[in-house]
Design a protein around this ligand. Structure first.
Ligand code: NAP
Length: 297
């Protein structure tokens, strides 16, 4: 007899993101009703990288949808580091700009760390500046990096219990894995966190002990069902386009092998439609906070 597969609860990032966008839109409408200017988000884009172009386009579109003013500063690939730093100085001083992001990656001749360090932490709505990263570590008010911020928002809005749970984070990048591990271990989330990376030994065994497993390693379908505990919450951060024979020419998958993992989960994020839509919405939330000077006067 064939056993029925269990159905996990899908964490619908697309739906939650659109609810949050409606909330932001309403707040912006109230701001305009009071006769004030709308929040202003700027994206700085260097070069013609396809993925960067499409991310910036999407940020611009979604900013406009909630009623923000949205500007894109475009520069050719060969812009000098000095010119880019001057633009950042200008944005730091412009009182009509509440927040801005510098789309990564930058060309090799530009020191990305130097550029990030040059951003005024008050306008660093990506949360990449060391001041915001340090404040996050100390649980002080700050701009949280968009993807981890989006994930904790998903967990909160789904009402997922985190206190005392074992949380395993796969990947230790500065923008996803490391801040994710910090946020899950802070007071309020109260998880016991294990942060794994490419040198981690016994990875399968560690993953199999996770009540909450967050995969951000950038390897398609890496996490298999055999690595997941029954009833676990699985958050898939990965996003990969895999070529196939379909009309589109590709399909999109995450770092998790959905087929084998989903039947074991209590909750799981789909790819696409899980973590992805939350990233831009978190950037919009940070921009609204910047406008309201919630953290820095
Ligand atoms: P990244 O900078 O490439 O970092 C990958 C991390 O995974 C590194 O810490 C690496 O370890 C670790 N790793 C690699 N192979 C491993 C293995 N076999 N076992 C254990 N750990 C391993 O990636 P990222 O920027 O964090 O992004 C991760 C994924 O999320 C990518 O697919 C990316 O496209 C996606 N992403 C999605 C969003 C979204 O909005 N949905 C946003 C950002 C990123 P080492 O440190 O030891 O090298």
């Amino acid at each position: 007899m064939q056993q029925d597969k269990k159905t996990p609860v899908l964490i619908d990032g697309k739906l939650i993101a659109s609810t949050i966008k409606e909330e932001i839109k309403k707040e912006v409408a109230d701001i305009l009703d009071r006769g004030q200017r709308p929040p202003h988000l700027v994206a700085v884009l260097v070069g013609e990288d396809g993925a960067s172009l499409s991310y910036v386009k999407s940020k611009e579109k979604q900013s406009q949808e909630v009623g923000f003013t949205s500007s894109v500063y475009r520069f050719p690939e060969n812009i000098s580091e000095e010119e880019l730093l001057q633009t950042i100085d200008f944005l730091n001083k412009d009182e009509e700009v509440d927040g801005y992001i510098v789309q990564m990656p930058l060309p090799k001749h530009i020191d990305a760390r130097k550029v990030t360090d040059h951003i005024d932490p008050k306008k660093d709505v990506d949360g990449f500046h060391p001041v915001n990263a340090g404040r996050m570590l100390l649980s002080l008010p700050c701009y949280l990096p968009a993807t981890p911020y989006g994930i904790v928002t998903l967990i909160d809005r789904m009402g997922i219990e985190t206190a005392g749970k074992n949380c395993v984070v796969l990947g230790r990048s500065d923008i996803v894995g490391t801040p994710m591990s910090v946020l899950m271990s802070r007071k309020g989330k109260d998880c016991t966190v294990t942060l794994c990376h490419s040198k981690t030994e016994n990875l399968e065994r560690i993953c199999a002990q996770a009540d909450i497993l967050i995969a951000a390693i950038g390897k398609p379908a890496f996490v298999k069902g055999s690595m997941v505990k029954e009833g676990a919450v699985v958050i898939d951060v990965g996003i990969h386009r895999i070529k196939d024979d379909s009309e589109k020419g590709y399909y999109v998958t995450g770092d998790v092998d959905y087929e084998s993992v989903a039947p074991k989960c209590s909750y799981i994020t789909p790819v696409p439609g899980g973590v992805g839509p939350m990233t831009i919405v978190s950037l919009l939330t940070n921009t609204l906070k910047a406008y309201k000077k919630e953290f820095y006067k």
